[in-house]
Design a protein around this ligand. Structure first.
Ligand SMILES: C[S@@+](CC[C@H](N)C(=O)[O-])C[C@H]1O[C@@H](n2cnc3c(N)ncnc32)[C@H](O)[C@@H]1O
Length: 177
């Protein structure tokens, strides 16, 4: 399981975190953390990770890691998220989109903190799932959502060739207000 999880961790995110936050004991939130590939990779580097997902079967795979605090929670109900505001240095969201609450992510970040967002975008329906527009970002959507009050440090929208071809959007945003 160890090598599989490491392989799947998002390389661009891991590299950027190393550059932006060389300090080891930072608080990272892995939002909709799934099988935990990013959480596990970061915890092995002594980062402190909160991993939240609604799927307890996935969370149980990595809740024994010393530096990972797992929270089983449905992020799409009317209940407040069980997450501290202005607490995290870094938030990672990979392959998850729920537009009604997306802007609230910024409330969880410390001022000066970073949001890494990567998920599928329009055009992906030609290659596979997801195809539902609710789960596909529009071109520049992350920039349009976050750039008014924050600084967009990196943006990509296009074809990603991995095991499968997909159309993805990636954005790195620094909280500035
Ligand atoms: C495609 S997986 C991505 C997992 C992980 N971020 C990654 O990149 O490997 C999407 C995850 O979102 C979680 N998810 C979907 N709806 C959710 C909800 N309402 N609340 C919490 N988690 C949810 C699923 O359980 C699943 O683990």
């Amino acid at each position: 399981m160890k090598s599989k999880m490491n392989k799947q961790a998002k390389t661009w995110i891991i590299k950027q975190i190393k550059l932006l936050a060389p300090k080891r004991k930072i608080q990272i939130l892995d939002f909709a953390s799934g099988n935990g590939s990013n959480s596990v990779h970061l915890a092995r580097k002594n980062r402190i990770v909160t991993a939240i997902d609604k799927d307890s079967i996935k969370l149980v795979q990595y809740d024994h890691f010393e530096y990972i605090n797992t929270i089983c929670f449905d992020l799409e109900t009317n209940q407040n998220w069980p997450l501290k505001e202005k607490y995290y240095d870094i938030i990672i969201v990979v392959n998850y989109l729920y537009r009604p609450k997306i802007k609230k992510l910024m409330n969880l970040l410390k001022n000066g903190g970073y949001l890494f967002y990567e998920t599928f975008s329009v055009g992906n329906e030609r290659y596979g799932s997801p195809k539902n527009p609710d789960f596909l970002l529009k071109d520049r959507e992350l920039i349009n959502l976050f750039s008014k009050k924050n600084e967009v440090l990196a943006y990509f929208n296009g074809k990603v060739i991995g095991e499968k071809i997909s159309i993805k959007q990636r954005c790195l945003i620094k909280k500035t207000s």
